[in-house]
Design a protein. Sequence first.
Length: 146
Amino acid sequence: MTRVWLGDPKTVIPAIVAIGLPFTGGVSLLIYLGGFLSIPSSLTEAARLDGAGAWRLFFHVEIPLLRVQIVVIALLSLLGVLQNFDNIQIVTNGGPMNASLTPALYLFRAGFEFGQLGYASALGVVLLGVCASVTYCLRRLGRKSS
């Protein structure tokens, strides 16, 4: 029995995530790699001398030092989800049963398929406000943690 991944409302989102994963995963990997390489070896060496194992070193030394990178990746991911348009437009056009409809695709449909340009403009302003507030909240979160 074959599975229609893009035709099932339960599996369409994981399928679209899997389509874009090589691109977003690579960028995230490079950001994390840069963060790990910027951790001074003297800190990890001092933690090992104090008796920290691999897990304790990871959770108590490395993760707190990577909070800026974690906030950047969270911000890029959330903004990417809110503005995702091209993959979904090409692959599913928001279907099946609007299961993969994103705010950007809804804005496009309102403006160009239904001709409601004023409504689409208002949606664009609201989307801009949501993106700006998400950015503000995540930046404050990153500032408090550092």
